[in-house]
Every structure is written in C-alpha cells, then in structure tokens.
Design a protein around this ligand. Structure first.
Ligand code: HEC
Ligand code: HEC
Length: 331
C-alpha cells in the first residue's frame, strides 16, 4: 500500500518536474481555467516595443529615428518612485517589514510607489485612499492599467500625458515582465491539478482563486494623519539600525546631492540636526508630517515629495527612522 502511494506520488512529481513553470504565464493559466481576460491583455509581446517601454520607464525618453524623443517629465523618471523588480520574497505580501527586508537583501531602494513588477497581472490601481489625493482622476484609472499609466505620467511625474506609441511600448514592457507560475508559491496539490487537467467547473474556480491569492492583484493604500505631537515616540524604543536602512534607501535615494529636489540630505550631523530640530512641528520640515503627507506640486515648483502610506512605511518603521536621526543628530 505504502509502496503504491509513494510510487504514484513519484510519477506525479515526475510530471510536475517536466513542466517548466517559466513557460507558463499566470495569464495563460488563468485563461485556461476560464477566468475573464485582462482588459489590457496583449497576446504576444513585441520585444522591440518592450525595449522602447523600458527606455521610457528608466530614462523618460527613447531614441527614435536617430532623435531623442520628448521627455515624459523634466523632474522625474518612473524609477524615482517605483522599483521594477520583485519586492517581496512572497509575492502575496504587502507587509512593509517584509518589503524592507527584501530591499536590504537585494539592494533595492524603499520607495513610495508599488513595484511595476507584475503590474501586468494586477486588476486595480490607485486603490483605497488614493481617491483623496487624485479625486475623479482615480475613477478612470482604478480598473484600467493604461489610464493608471497616464495618470502617473501627467500627475505623479509632474509631466505630460503620453502618446499612443509610448503607452503601447510601456504596456509591452509590462507584458514582458508579467508573472509566471515560477514567481508564485502554490501548494503541490494545485500543481498536480494543473498537470492532470480534467477539472470540473468548481475545481477550476477554486484553483483560479488559489493562484490569484498567491500574488497581489492590488496594493492597499491607507493614508495616515500626521501623528499628534504628544503621541510621537521620537525614536523611543526604535531600532536605529533599521532606521539607518530606511534613511539610506528612502530619504537619501532622492535627497542625496539634491537628486530630485533642492534639499540635500545625507547621514552627517547637519542633516540629522535639521530633521531632529523640527521633529515636533506640524510642517513640511517635520519628519512626522513629510512622511505622511509629502508635498504637493505647484506652478513654478513642480517637484513634490510623494507621501508614504501605511503599507509603504509603518509607524514602527517611522519610529526606527527617527531613532536613527536622533543618533546622527547627537553624534
Ligand atoms: C514622484 C513619484 C512617482 C513617479 C515619478 C511615478 N509614479 Fe507611478 N505612482 C506613484 C505613486 C505614489 C503611486 C500610487 C499607487 C502605488 O503605486 O501604490 C503610483 C501608481 C502608479 C501605477 C498604479 C500602480 C498600482 O498598483 O496601483 C502605475 C501603473 C504607475 N504608477 C506607473 C508609473 C509610470 C509608468 C511612471 C513613469 C512614467 C510613474 N508611475 C512615475 C508615484 C510615482
Ligand atoms: C521620491 C523621492 C523622495 C523621497 C523618497 C523622499 N523625498 Fe523628501 N522630498 C522630495 C521632493 C521632490 C521634495 C520637495 C522639495 C522641493 O521642492 O524640491 C521633498 C521635500 C522634503 C522635505 C521638505 C523640504 C522643505 O523645505 O519643505 C523634507 C524635510 C523631506 N523631503 C525629507 C524626506 C525624508 C526624511 C525622506 C525619507 C523618509 C524623504 N524626504 C524621502 C523627494 C523625496
């Protein structure tokens, strides 16, 4: 009996081992299971277009017929606020502690926007509280990746709406970086079911649900109020080592040598004292306010700082950051 069981497990395992999960896109598998097609579905990626999309995302322009195309924004490129690779060991997580851990292990910055990796497989955008920031603009972007890209090109980037060929190129770049079975963790029984096929309707639905639960179809966004002055822990009990990581991967990523702003911040005493001195305020100079509210772009001063939602920086992480600022201010 035991032998038979282990034999059959072996053959199932052998079948699984034969399928290369890299070859199976999540989109393909979900279609096979009878799920609705993605609105922005692209049947076949065009690598030439994807390369142009990559230029636009990393540099803000491409070279077309020997000429530089018009920049999307003079102030930002997409990668100032979004990573383009995986940000979590487990693709279904959105826990900021997991995200920082992964950033540390993989040398990534810790940014206010969600990663563009796997965005092709997402179904909703600018979720939850983003409607407070962008109002009606969000209504059109919420379930349309193309409109989300337009919103971000014009408003988040302080740039312009992009042209059709640019949008198409970016969508092909997203398709090229779509999720595959190898990117997610699903139980062995689901893999068996996929290999065996022959599923009835309800089995298909359950399997699709399980697969969709293994990556994020949407990133939550909870806006936070500036913490009350009397409730601020000012680094008390915080982990300054962790704070150092956040400072370097978040604040210095944009502020060092005034990369995208007039304000230079580094890990020296001057920067530390500036931030520590203003910690009790309710103004942009206070770390408690700037992290939660950012700044707004206005005519004449288009650079602005995007805020960190609760999912992008927890209050505990903010406290770690303040603990580190206190340390550099006092040294
Ligand atoms: C100054 C910061 C900033 C820049 C520059 C920026 N974005 Fe964003 N973007 C954000 C923030 C903040 C959000 C809010 C939602 C999120 O990512 O969690 C967002 C959201 C998005 C979303 C929806 C993501 C989701 O899962 O909800 C897309 C798509 C997007 N941006 C594409 C782009 C592209 C393409 C560019 C470059 C042309 C760009 N962004 C430039 C900050 C930025
Ligand atoms: C995505 C880029 C980006 C990140 C990340 C970022 N900032 Fe900013 N920050 C800006 C920009 C742009 C401004 C607007 C200043 C300007 O007008 O040039 C700004 C403004 C500020 C200001 C207000 C300056 C003033 O005089 O009003 C402070 C303070 C500040 N940032 C601190 C921080 C800290 C602390 C962090 C880390 C948690 C951080 N920033 C992360 C881009 C960023």
């Amino acid at each position: 009996m035991a032998l038979v069981t282990s034999l059959s497990v072996r053959t199932d395992q052998a079948k699984i081992d034969r399928i290369d999960p890299n070859l199976y896109s999540i989109e393909q598998v979900l279609n096979m299971l009878g799920e609705d097609e993605l609105i922005h579905s692209i049947a076949q990626v065009d690598l030439g277009k994807a390369k142009v999309g990559e230029d636009l995302i990393f540099k803000g322009y491409t070279v077309k017929d020997g000429k530089k195309s018009k920049r999307i924004s003079t102030y930002f490129v997409c990668t100032d606020c979004h990573n383009t690779t995986r940000e979590f060991d487990d693709a279904s997580s959105e826990d900021p502690a997991d995200r920082l851990h992964y950033a540390k292990e993989n040398g990534l910055p810790f940014l206010p926007g969600s990663t563009l990796w796997g965005i092709y497989n997402r179904e909703t955008f600018y979720n939850d509280d983003y409607v407070e920031k962008y109002g009606d603009l969000v209504t059109n972007a919420r379930d349309s990746l193309a409109n989300a890209v337009q919103l971000c090109s014009k408003y988040c980037s302080s740039g312009r709406y992009i042209e059709d060929w640019e949008l198409e190129a970016i969508m092909h770049y997203f398709k090229k970086n779509e999720l595959h079975l190898s990117d997610i963790v699903i139980p062995d029984k689901d893999k068996f079911a996929l290999v065996e096929g022959n599923l009835n309707q309800s089995q298909k639905e359950n399997l699709a649900k399980s697969i969709k639960g293994a990556y994020r179809q949407a990133y939550s966004a909870t806006f936070m109020e500036t913490m009350d002055r009397n409730a601020r822990p000012y680094g008390e009990g915080g982990d300054a080592e962790n704070g150092k990581l956040i400072y370097k991967k978040a604040c210095m990523f944009c502020h060092q040598n005034k990369r995208v702003t007039y304000l230079h911040l580094d890990d020296g005493k001057l920067s530390g004292r500036f931030l520590w001195r203003n910690r009790k305020k309710y103004s942009d100079q206070s770390i408690y306010q700037i992290v939660r509210h950012g700044t707004y772009s206005k005519t004449g001063r288009k650079q602005y700082m995007p805020h960190y939602t609760k999912e992008k920086m927890s209050d505990a992480q903010l406290n770690d950051l303040v603990a580190y600022i206190k340390q550099i201010a006092k040294r």
